[in-house]
Design a protein around this ligand. Structure first.
Ligand code: CO8
Length: 246
């Protein structure tokens, strides 16, 4: 097993745990993450993903890539169809990044809703140095955050950025100065979010994700309908009454 999994008080924690290989993501590793997601969505209100102190994940396992051909990758659907599931987790996801988040590891972090980082974090897409390119959403997700010019610079050069640069580029929302602080902060944030209405959280996530793929006016219309649908939930009933009683 390379993935540790636990759930406490509606917070699910997935810890990638293959430090010797810097959490390089091979097919089995991704399948383990995939398998846990069903439990995560049923039993938790927030998911937190950690790596180890040596790496969040240094990309897809280059040993596996080495033996791939175009036909094999297309027909056997190497990693990518399981990845759809990772991109579409219905509950909020927080990634706590230490050291390397590279290639597929960076894409795993970008697939989450919130990224917080240790000050030693390094982000990048070194695929170009292997004669490759990002293949798990990197060109799309990074470009939407930092714009096409900066995304082009980073993806075409293969250069890494540190935590401070990632903060300036709005990739990460907070930097912590130690592994323990990072874990504490990520779990406190997860706990705070997990206490909110699960229906609100799922629809907020849906609306924010939609904003990346739709025009503003259409997005506002859809948001309004999602908002209206929350009128029929027990949480809205309970929480508005509670506020008004005070
Ligand atoms: N794959 C396989 N093994 C790896 C990987 C990796 N991505 N990254 C690190 N490792 C292994 C090393 O081979 C080494 O193993 P060993 O001890 O057995 O020799 C061990 O981890 C420790 O690594 P280093 O000794 O290299 O550690 P350093 O601190 O010297 O360097 C680096 C750390 C800079 C992170 C370096 O390991 C590195 O450059 N790694 C490769 C990073 C990379 O190129 N990542 C991109 C991979 S491609 C990708 O992610 C494509 C995604 C799209 C897939 C699309 C599917 C459809």
């Amino acid at each position: 097993m390379s993935v540790d999994f636990e759930i406490n008080n509606s917070v699910a924690i997935l810890t990638l745990n293959n430090p010797k290989k810097l959490n390089a993501l091979n097919t089995n590793f991704v399948e383990e993450i995939y398998d846990h997601l069903f439990d995560v969505e049923k039993k938790a209100n927030v998911l937190v993903i950690f790596g180890t102190e040596k790496a969040f994940a240094a990309g897809v396992d280059i040993n596996e890539i080495d033996s791939l051909t175009f036909e094999k990758a297309l027909i056997k659907e190497f990693i990518d169809y399981k990845w759809e599931r990772i991109l579409n987790v219905k509950i909020p996801v927080i990634s706590g990044v230490e050291k390397y988040a590279l290639g597929g590891g960076f894409e795993l972090a970008l697939a989450s809703d919130i990224i917080i980082a240790n000050e030693n974090a390094k982000f990048g897409f070194p695929e170009v140095n292997l004669g490759l390119m990002p293949g798990l959403g990197g060109t799309q997700l990074l470009t939407r955050i930092v714009g096409s010019k900066k995304a082009s610079e980073l993806i075409m050069s293969g250069d890494f950025i540190n935590a401070k640069e990632a903060l300036q580029l709005n990739i990460v929302s907070k930097i912590l100065s130690s592994s323990a602080d990072l874990k504490r902060e990520a779990l406190n944030l997860a706990k705070k979010i997990a206490e909110k209405s699960p229906t609100s959280l799922r629809l907020i996530k849906e609306a924010i994700q939609l904003s990346q793929n739709t025009g503003c006016l259409q997005g506002i219309k859809i948001e309004r309908n999602l908002f209206r649908s929350l009128f029929s939930t027990s949480y809205k009933e309970k929480l508005t009454k509670k506020f008004l009683k005070k």
